[in-house]
Write a protein that binds this ligand. Structure first.
Ligand SMILES: Cc1cc2nc3c(=O)[nH]c(=O)nc-3n(C[C@H](O)[C@H](O)[C@H](O)COP(=O)(O)OP(=O)(O)OC[C@H]3O[C@@H](n4cnc5c(N)ncnc54)[C@H](O)[C@@H]3O)c2cc1C
Length: 455
């Protein structure tokens, strides 16, 4: 299996959006030898149930509808397959995990050790490093799809969903790229799917957040969001300002500095930065373990002491810490601490300059809140992402219309067969936990309904 992963990884490096429609030999072997885990019958079921709806048509589904084919949507699809429940999976892009394919930089690695990032029912290959690369993660997802016969419907964007008392009525916009050579927009057709179960798996990071900053429209240089950043290579010889010091801002800055780009970072708020590892042990694993025995405030004190030993006082280099500790803050607000992979060392050595918040943009530069004016060629906004649920889901009891997240933290189940997969702010670990609970819950009501019909 591991050798097989390496092979696809190579292929995907050249053809990242290609998906083979056949099962790999390794997977077939595994399915034959381990029918409990990979049942060909269940796979056949899952793949034949995605009814494409005719133009202007309405399809009433027997099973659940999943919106979004990122890791959360795929995990739900795999688990439903194993429970013999037919589903339909809709994705707005032309590939699965579009965030990982299209909106991440080339050198990205998983932030957490691989055992916390596996999807249900399938391990990462043993040959993968502790922190798999973005490319390895994509290969894993591709293999996951094949192993469970997951066939999403691509280029179908969900634009509205509403409960009519019996079904979730989900409308999609299908953009067919015709005449793209002339730059014309494609044809659109609207379809409707109806299902008793709606799984929202559109992600916490569905849309980039681009804040309106004073004078930004006067700036004559290039402005881009970090989701469009791929590598520092193309910025060599330029002066680049990265706005934001979350995981993305810190890693983009590091990548730029590693490419010898003249890099600066604007830090508006305080934030926790922790070393990714402490004496070879992942800080995340250590925190999880400590939290089993100790109060969160004590764990925070230990983590901050270790961070101080390893990274020093981050306030002195322009990144002050919040008054609340990292784990408590995560519990209270969902804000994840940054796991440092080398940015702090680059700041200390002067390769990355840190500035305070931006007061205003000028034609060729930026004025910071300390009054300093600096010129820049490029500004990269590492200003985060938001959920897009409020734009299309007509429901406000379970999902907040403001944040696009469930109103109560860690909630995965709403009323009338509505579910949220991947909104617990716990990364891929949370995705797996949600998917498992959702699939089990749907299995119960699905079996009740169809048992009643059969008897
Ligand atoms: C730069 C970066 C690095 C990260 N690294 C890690 C990490 O190392 N470990 C970790 O655990 N987490 C990490 N995360 C968090 C990561 O986003 C999640 O763990 C994971 O991708 C969540 O999967 P998801 O399926 O919930 O959402 P997504 O991966 O965002 O997938 C959602 C899918 O829904 C589709 N979609 C959205 N709206 C619609 C619509 N209206 N109609 C149809 N389809 C739609 C999207 O196109 C997308 O394919 C990272 C996030 C970022 C931004």
């Amino acid at each position: 299996m591991d050798h097989h992963f390496t092979e696809i990884e190579g292929k995907m490096a050249h053809e990242p959006l290609a998906h083979s429609s056949t099962f790999s030999d390794e997977t077939k072997d595994k399915m034959e030898h381990d029918s409990l885990v990979y049942s060909p019958r269940s796979i056949a079921r899952a793949t034949t149930t995605g009814i494409p709806v005719g133009d202007q048509g309405v399809a009433v589904l027997r099973g659940p509808l999943i919106v979004g084919a990122g890791p959360a949507g795929l995990a739900c699809a795999a688990l439903l397959t194993m429970l013999y429940i037919p589903y339909v999976l809709l994705e707005r892009d032309v590939c699965v995990a579009s965030m990982w394919h299209r909106r991440t930089y080339r050198r990205l690695c998983l932030h957490l050790p691989k055992r916390y990032c596996e999807l249900p029912l399938m391990h990462f290959p043993r040959t993968y490093p502790t922190y798999p690369t973005r490319q390895q993660f994509l290969v894993y997802l591709n293999e996951y799809m094949r192993a469970f016969g997951i066939r999403p419907f691509f280029s179908l964007e969900v634009v509205a969903a509403e409960y009519n008392g019996e079904y979730w009525c989900v409308r999609t916009k299908d953009v067919i790229p015709t005449g793209t050579l002339n730059g014309q927009s494609g044809e659109e057709s609207i379809r409707e799917y109806r299902s008793k179960w709606l799984i929202v798996a559109t992600g916490e990071n569905a849309e980039p957040v681009v804040p309106d900053m004073p004078g930004i429209h006067n700036f004559k240089g290039q402005v881009m969001h970090s989701c469009d950043y791929r590598s520092g290579e193309s910025f060599q010889g330029k002066k680049v300002l990265v706005v934001g010091c979350g995981n993305s801002g810190m890693e983009v800055s590091l990548d730029l500095a590693n490419h010898n780009v003249h890099t600066s970072m604007a830090v508006r708020r305080s934030g926790h930065v922790l070393p990714r590892e402490v004496m070879g042990i992942s800080t995340f694993s250590l925190s999880v373990w400590l939290l089993k025995f100790l109060r969160v405030q004590i764990v925070d004190r230990i983590l901050l002491l270790l961070a101080w030993f390893i990274l020093g006082d981050t306030a002195q280099i322009g990144i002050p810490r919040p008054s609340m500790g990292p784990m408590e803050l995560k519990q209270v607000s969902g804000k994840t601490p940054v796991l440092d992979v080398g940015t702090i060392a680059q700041i200390k050595s002067g390769n990355i300059k840190v500035f305070p918040a931006i007061r205003s943009f000028q034609e060729y530069g930026v004025e910071f809140t300390n009054g300093r004016i600096e010129s820049f060629d490029v500004v990269i906004l590492a200003t985060g992402y938001k959920s897009n649920v409020p734009y299309w889901l007509k429901e406000n009891e379970f999902f907040s219309q403001q944040s696009g997240f469930p109103n109560k933290p860690n909630e995965w189940k709403g009323k009338d067969g509505l579910y949220a997969a991947g909104f617990s702010r716990r990364g891929l670990l949370g995705v797996s936990m949600d998917a498992t609970k959702i699939a089990e819950d749907i299995a119960q009501s699905y079996n009740n309904i169809y048992k009643l019909q059969r008897s």
